[in-house]
Design a protein around this ligand. Structure first.
Ligand code: UD1
Length: 419
């Protein structure tokens, strides 16, 4: 079991370049199933989740390669067959369910188990399945096994009860090769949806309106190979922005799209942080005394739930009281107990966390309960007195590339050890 050992560090200073977005690359990998031609994905982050998605493709018969140095993935799905997806891989990440849409589109049949992923709530897939059945598929569910069968996917008008990111992606991918037109309303408007639609359109799909709450897909008989560069990871960028503030450092964060970070920038400014935006980079520093704030997680362009835990780390050491209201997931406060073990003063009442800023945290043994909770613990550990030991760091490595190396280069005292 690997662990991170982190000591109280000096302020993080210097420049950091953000990798491609995890949540954009995963659906794009799944969508390569739609064509028998070779696809190239550039600016790809070298992450555990990416490795697992590629392994699943290989089990289906695809040829894949990942050049870490060039951040480039090549995928050839010419010879894939529609075997049941391997549960030992599917259970490792929620995004494995994103294979359902493209498999349904290409083969008319999918056999998949309920996916795994971060333990942050029940996370059903009913909206995905509702979308597939609106496209004409029949769904059979038994003991966690899901069979989706269609005699030819047919376009339809689909309304989503909630703008689910994954359901929007799966329905788009299922509709690309459908007969006729599909309209999805109340769909997700996250930047990762726009990236997926751009990739699919490069493949020859006809998708209009990505980035708005109504998307139209005009089905085509086939799509082709394409080359695409992944958008920067707004959550990795946001995490380093907090890293700069919490350590009272000064960071220039490169390869970002400021418009994807609006709510994070706005909340930091509310707290009295200095944020300077440039074309593809942002400088975050603050000599000012910070003031606590309130945060409510919402679908994009609202404050991202994936930044909630990291923001809580900052609020935990900021003067005054702040409240975080989590509206996306029903069980995303597992990090509260761990932060309190480090001396934070946080109480959870239903969907809200009430955070009373404390003057200092103290290092101890804590556990990364999920990906972003793990990132929050790293941030807190950088300012906690003494040494913090974080276990279960495999969660963190699912979504951050070489995080310890990046933090070390900025002056953070972090090392990885094996027990
Ligand atoms: C994606 C992101 C994840 C992020 C989340 C919300 C990826 C790989 N993951 O997850 O990092 O935290 O968006 O921004 O892109 N829901 C249902 N039924 C469904 C689908 C979802 O009830 O069929 C619920 C979920 O339980 C959750 C909420 O809708 O409470 C949001 O989920 P969704 O937007 O689908 O998130 P994911 O696509 O799983």
């Amino acid at each position: 079991m690997e662990k991170f050992i982190i000591e109280k560090s000096s302020p993080l200073k210097g420049e950091i370049t953000i990798d491609g977005a995890k949540n954009a690359v995963l659906p794009i990998i799944a969508s390569t199933i739609l064509t028998g031609e070779k696809c190239i994905i550039e600016n790809a982050p070298f992450l555990k989740d990416v490795e697992i998605m590629l392994k699943i493709l290989e089990v289906l018969g695809a040829k894949t390669s990942f050049c870490e140095k060039e951040k480039r993935i090549a995928i050839d799905c010419r010879k894939i067959s529609n075997v049941p997806l391997p549960y030992e891989l599917v259970k490792k990440l929620r995004a494995s369910f994103l294979f359902a849409g493209p498999l349904l589109s290409r083969f008319g049949k999918v056999n998949i188990q309920m996916p795994g992923g971060c333990p942050i709530g029940i996370r059903p897939v009913d909206l995905h399945l509702k979308g597939f059945s609106m496209l004409g598929a029949k769904i059979k569910q038994e003991h966690g096994n899901i069979e989706i069968i269609s005699q030819g996917v047919k376009g339809n008008n689909i309304y989503l009860d909630f703008p689910s990111v994954g359901a929007t992606e799966n329905i788009i991918m299922a509709a690309v090769l459908a007969e006729g037109e599909t309209n999805i309303s109340n769909c997700s408007v996250e930047p990762e949806i726009v990236d997926l639609a751009e990739f699919l359109n490069k493949m020859g799909a006809y998708i209009y309106g990505a980035g708005t709450d109504s998307i139209k897909i005009i089905g085509v008989p086939e799509v082709y190979g394409a080359v695409h560069s992944i958008i920067p990871d707004r959550i990795e960028a946001g995490t380093f922005m907090i890293g700069a503030v919490i350590t009272k450092g000064d960071l220039i964060i490169k390869n970002i799209i400021c418009d994807h970070l609006r709510p994070v920038i706005a909340k930091l400014k509310d707290m009295n942080v200095d944020v300077e935006e440039n074309e593809n980079s942002i400088r975050v520093h603050s000599e000012n005394e910070l003031i606590n704030t309130d945060v409510k997680t919402l679908p994009f362009p609202g404050f991202p739930t994936d930044m909630q835990a990291q923001f809580m780390s900052l609020m935990a050491v900021t003067k005054g009281t702040g409240i975080i209201n989590e509206t996306i997931f029903e069980n995303r406060f597992m990090h509260v107990g761990e932060l309190n073990r480090m001396g934070a003063d946080i109480k959870v009442e239903s969907k809200s966390a009430i955070i009373k800023g404390v003057p200092k945290l103290t290092g101890t043994q804590v556990k990364a309960t999920d990906l972003r909770a793990g990132a929050a613990l790293i941030l807190s550990a950088l300012v906690a007195e003494g040494e913090t030991e974080i276990s279960d760091i495999y969660h963190i490595e699912r979504g951050y590339c070489n995080i310890e190396e990046k933090i070390r280069k900025l002056g953070g005292k972090i090392k990885k050890t094996e027990e």
